[in-house]
Design a protein around this ligand. Structure first.
Ligand SMILES: C[S@@+](CC[C@H](N)C(=O)[O-])C[C@H]1O[C@@H](n2cnc3c(N)ncnc32)[C@H](O)[C@@H]1O
Length: 295
């Protein structure tokens, strides 16, 4: 399945994308609110006319704000980071893909091997030097976040890759390849940095669809803790919401699924492809809790 992604992130929902898309399409709603947006994977691939991306993590929000407001700086920094050979691309020039020639193929392969070894040790000091498009301190921090969440093990943002991980260089090359599509998608988003209670109150209405992918209780993957009380608040808010919602929760080991009653649907994930990263690495069952029937 072709899809857009910007960073590696624990708990991102690649294998659920077709089910989430289908559920949203069957809701008849015009506004998609990604309440716990994380890596932005769902917002990038939902195909809704209006999208609100929200997360409490300021670093992630700052990253998407920079992609929205200064895509030229982010793209040019990616090119500089990857030392993209001049024939492939260059500052101010469009990538020219001439992969039909054997000489070009060999040059790319050599560059990849050399640059992959250099990437994890590479200094980002070029961000502060001349040559890149004008950027503020916030935009420089955003690029550092992009780098960290693309080169760290499993997207944790702080532990670095092993031999088993797909090369960071190849991962970032794909980001560069798709960057134009990613930034034109993000350009249309409204970006919020609110607690889930506030974003739900702000956007609730009859044409709204809330997608809820909260942190798993008992896993400290994210900077903030999410308590049982938070899940209970979410349940109360969703019971009284005017909008429609889809909440997904892992059923296999979730101490909180009882709060929400029986799921409307159970989706099995991760059975087919054990090696492709994201939530595909293991298998399990996810409950879809919804307050509507699909059209
Ligand atoms: C399971 S992840 C979401 C993953 C996302 N669906 C994706 O595909 O990348 C949960 C997210 O909730 C965010 N979060 C934690 N507490 C929050 C809160 N109180 N309000 C809003 N977001 C919160 C975390 O920063 C984290 O990015």
């Amino acid at each position: 399945m072709e899809y857009l992604r910007l960073i590696k992130y624990p708990g991102s929902k690649k294998s659920l994308l077709p089910d989430i898309r289908e559920t949203y399409a069957g809701s008849g709603s015009g506004l998609f609110v990604d309440v716990f947006g994380g890596s932005g994977l769902v917002s990038l691939n939902i195909n809704a006319s209006r999208i609100v991306y929200n997360d409490l993590n300021r670093e992630l929000v700052n990253l998407f704000a920079a992609v929205k407001e200064n895509p030229a700086f982010m793209k040019e920094s990616l090119e500089r980071l990857l030392d993209v050979p001049a024939r492939y691309s260059g500052p101010g020039r469009e990538p020219v893909e001439t992969e039909d020639s054997p000489a070009y193929y060999i040059m790319r392969r050599k560059a990849r091997a050399r640059n992959s070894q250099l990437l994890d040790r590479k200094s980002l000091s070029f961000l502060r030097e001349g040559g890149t498009k004008i950027a503020s301190g916030r935009e420089i921090r955003a690029f550092e976040t992009l780098y960290r969440f693309s080169t760290s093990f499993g997207g944790m943002g702080n532990t670095y890759g092993t031999q088993k991980e797909k090369s960071s260089y190849i991962y970032l090359e794909k980001t560069l390849h798709d960057f134009r599509k990613i930034s034109s998608c993000v350009r249309r988003w409204k970006i919020e940095n609110l607690d889930f209670r506030e974003v739900i109150a702000k956007y609730d209405g009859e044409g709204t669809f809330f997608y809820l992918d909260p942190p798993y209780q008992g896993k400290d993957w994210y900077d903030m803790t999410f308590t049982r009380g938070d899940y209970i608040d979410m349940k109360h808010l969703m019971d009284s919401a005017k909008g429609k919602y889809l909440l997904n929760l892992g059923l296999d080991n979730s101490p909180v699924s009882g709060i929400f009653g029986q799921p409307s649907r159970v989706v099995e994930y991760g059975q087919k492809n054990q090696s492709s990263g994201g939530d595909n690495r293991s298998s399990g069952k996810i409950g879809f809790f919804m307050n509507f029937r699909k059209l």
